[in-house]
Design a protein around this ligand. Structure first.
Ligand code: ATR
Length: 275
């Protein structure tokens, strides 16, 4: 019988996941569909029960449900336990298992760039997204990672949990030239005209600067880094790879990610060459 998958969130209309997964299903000959489902927080439990009753094959979870879904799941993968948040649920016919593919999605995207594991990495931010990335970098064997955050204590906590180093935003600004890979994970840049989370005055032009945001494709942070001559990486790759890891868990098929990054970038009105 035809299978079906879903993404739940509030809001959900903006999600590009249905577009992406439907395209992959067609391209890879998977007889399945993927639908967006608008779920209000107060109805999360009954919506999950409804998905189960109707035979969902698996689903993605976006804001604001990533943490709230956790108690309802039968099992959690290590990534989801570490994050206390889930973005992907698989169903093996018996139990619903939660995973978090965001951090690994980011690292897979990063690995498409010419970088080495020994390079000095700076993560800006210490929230949920930074947490996923810091643990995924550790799993991928990056061993020189620093974390800077507006609230220093959160940077310290995340650094202690991941064997990284915490630094203040002021010190990060001053020593920015020492870092070859700089990853912006804060919500700064979603709104036009926002200030940068830190000054890029000291940055070296041979650095790679990544942002997890993909709308806009080029955040003010990436724009400023590009003006300094740095290579930039926006959040489209992370979005596509987190979805690809989920797709593979559901279908056993590794979907075409590079082509999808082009398609999503075009859809968002961007020029792939200048991403
Ligand atoms: P997410 O799950 O998207 O990471 P979060 O857990 O709320 O969201 O974390 C948001 C991150 O953005 C935090 O690191 C936050 O810094 P604080 O810990 O000091 O709050 C950071 N952030 C948000 N607004 C910021 C701003 N204007 N300048 C610098 N950092 C900011």
């Amino acid at each position: 019988m035809k299978k079906w998958y879903a993404v739940i969130g509030d809001p959900i209309a903006h999600s590009l996941s249905p577009f992406m997964h439907d395209l992959w299903m067609v391209e890879h000959g998977v007889d399945a569909s993927y639908i967006p489902v608008h779920v209000k927080p107060a109805r999360l439990k009954e919506s999950f029960d409804a998905l189960k009753t109707l035979g969902v094959g698996g689903f993605n979870i976006t804001l604001p449900h990533k943490q709230a879904i956790v108690p309802f799941l039968d099992e959690l993968d290590e990534t989801a336990i570490i994050m206390d948040a889930v973005n992907t649920v698989t169903f093996d016919g018996q139990s619903y298992k939660g995973w978090n593919t965001d951090g690994d999605g980011f690292v897979r995207s990063l690995m498409t760039e010419q970088i080495a594991l020994h390079e000095k990495v700076l993560i800006i931010g210490a929230g949920g997204a930074a947490r996923g990335i810091a643990f995924a970098l550790k799993r991928a064997n990056f061993h020189d990672v620093s974390i800077a955050n507006r609230t220093y204590q959160r940077a310290e906590e995340l650094a202690a949990a991941t064997g990284s180093e915490a630094i203040t935003m002021q010190d990060a600004e001053k020593s920015l030239g020492d870092f070859r890979i700089i990853i912006q994970t804060t919500s700064v840049g979603l709104a036009e005209g926002e200030a940068l989370p830190l000054s890029l005055d000291q940055i070296q032009p041979d650095s790679l600067v990544a942002d997890i945001i993909y709308t806009p494709l080029e955040t003010p942070f990436l724009k400023a880094a590009k003006e300094k001559g740095c290579r930039i990486l926006n959040g489209v790759g992370m979005f596509v790879y987190q979805g690809a890891i989920a797709f593979e868990k559901w279908t056993g098929i590794r979907p075409d990610t590079e082509k999808m990054i082009h398609i999503i970038t075009d859809k968002l009105g961007g020029n792939y060459v200048n991403r």
